[in-house]
Design a protein around this ligand. Structure first.
Ligand SMILES: *Cc1c(COP(=O)(O)O)cnc(C)c1O
Length: 450
């Protein structure tokens, strides 16, 4: 088989995207990790600085959020082996070991957004408190729960635009610290997410438009108020670094699970992708830690593949999925984004292995299968990566990736990590609906494939 040229391959993928057909794209711009990381504007020291910030704040988080006390005030999730899910999805021929990263159960926010969102609000709070002489970095930050700090924070507003989960993260931490918190919600944000925020004392501002418009409205409003701080999901380095800390923690967890990622044990990671901030921050950290031995793939809905659209069309910065004729309508509310983060695209261009797109029915089917096999509860967005291993094994592009990277002989020792990104606070009634739809999708899938 002759290898298609980059232009041919990208043109073929462009056609698949417009037709909303699920596909796997391999990134032709990927470089050896060492080369790519040398060119990056940020490095390992920045990830370590973010990690140290989480450490400094742990005593405060422990005090404000008792659910983090058992973990010493750390906001972290479990690494969970999922052999039954692996058997059900991939059958007896499944090779390697599958794990799930349980960010669906991250405390405080109930999604991966806890990593970036909380980190950015903590960084802002730290800066204010240092400027006002309320803390010094070697002292216990639990003093930030006391009156002088709270009075300082109460004069400031923290604002964000969100499809739901980033708002939940920023809103809850900001109001817990005593800030005024304002969340601009897009039309696709779920009602229960808005209600949860209002219960936490957060002001929810509803917008008729999509995520990009909610962000724009929030940005504009914050600019006109000197005491307002806007968390900008399309550009923020602080969010990015907050996410990247996951890699340091995962390294420990894998080693505790007896996994030694290396030349003979490659690690494949499948990350649900919206604007691109969370998966690119995590992937950047993973490349720093594991270099060429980790292979990162993003998963996007067929209706909202904004990062793939931008990667295919670098000559058109700011391109949206509407420019390809796509409607950005998906039940994966966490991923319903029409325009990618430029920061995410820039950071991932030399590092990402590929991106695949997923239909909503498969999100529900995989959500249901995870419930049946492992008893875990996630939201539809969080299931986007579950079809990743099959894309590698069962598609021409996937097999080409394995061949070109000399991986075929190593797949029995490979580790596949499905990053589950949200779900902890989904209300029961909502979740029952997800399961019912997933069961139907599973029946339809089985009858179509026999
Ligand atoms: C936000 C989100 C993602 C993706 O993060 P981005 O930074 O938007 O790419 C994935 N899953 C869930 C559940 C999310 O809320």
């Amino acid at each position: 088989m002759q290898k298609p040229s980059i232009e041919e391959a990208n043109a073929a993928i462009d056609g698949e995207l417009r037709a909303k057909r699920p596909c796997l794209w391999l990134n032709p711009a990927r470089l050896p990790s060492a080369v790519a990381l040398r060119q990056a504007a940020i490095g390992f020291a920045d990830i370590e600085a973010a990690s140290a910030r989480w450490q400094r704040f742990a005593p405060l988080l422990k005090k404000l959020f008792p659910e983090t006390a058992a973990a010493g005030g750390m906001v972290e999730s479990n690494l969970i082996p999922v052999p039954s899910l692996q058997r059900v999805i991939a059958g007896d021929a499944a090779r390697g070991a599958w794990f799930l990263k349980g960010d669906h159960a991250l405390p405080i926010a109930g999604s991966v957004k806890a990593r970036g969102g909380i980190h950015e609000v903590l960084e802002f709070a730290e800066k204010l408190a240092l400027e006002h002489g309320l803390i010094n970095p070697s002292r216990d930050y639990a003093v930030l729960a006391e009156t002088p700090a709270r009075q300082l924070f109460a004069r400031h507003t923290v604002a964000v635009g969100s499809t739901g989960n980033l708002g939940l993260s920023i809103g809850v931490i900001a109001s817990a610290l005593g800030f005024k918190a304002q969340v601009h919600m897009s039309a696709d944000a779920k009602e229960w997410k808005k209600e949860r925020l209002r219960r936490h004392g957060v002001e929810v501002i509803e917008h008729a438009g999509d995520y990009g418009e909610a962000v724009e409205a929030g940005r504009r409003e914050a600019q006109s108020d000197a005491l307002s701080y806007f968390v900008d999901d399309e550009r923020s380095l602080s969010l990015f670094l907050g996410y990247s800390v996951a890699a340091l923690r995962l390294r420990e967890q894998l080693s505790q699970a007896g996994v030694a990622v290396g030349p003979d044990a490659p690690l494949f990671v499948y990350l649900p992708c919206g604007v691109g901030g969370a998966p690119s921050g995590i992937a950047f950290g993973l490349k720093q830690v594991f270099g060429d031995h980790v292979h990162c793939f993003f998963a996007e809905p067929t209706a909202s593949p904004c990062v793939l659209t931008q990667m295919l069309h670098p000559e058109r910065p700011g391109i949206t999925v509407a420019d390809l004729g796509l409607d950005n309508r998906t039940e994966a509310d966490g991923l319903a984004v029409a325009r990618a983060s430029a920061l995410a695209v820039q950071m991932m261009t030399p590092l990402l292995s590929g991106i695949f797109t997923v239909e909503d029915d498969d999100l529900f089917r995989h959500l249901y299968l995870l419930h049946e096999t492992e008893g875990l509860r996630i939201e539809p967005s969080a299931a986007a990566g579950f079809g990743g291993p099959q894309r590698l094994f069962d598609t021409p592009a996937g097999r080409r990736y394995l061949a070109e990277n000399d991986l075929e002989q190593r797949m029995d020792q490979a580790v596949h990590l499905l990053w589950a990104t949200g779900g902890l606070f989904v209300p029961d009634a909502e979740y029952s609906g997800f399961l019912a739809r997933g069961r139907l999708c599973d029946v339809a899938y089985r009858s179509a494939s026999t």
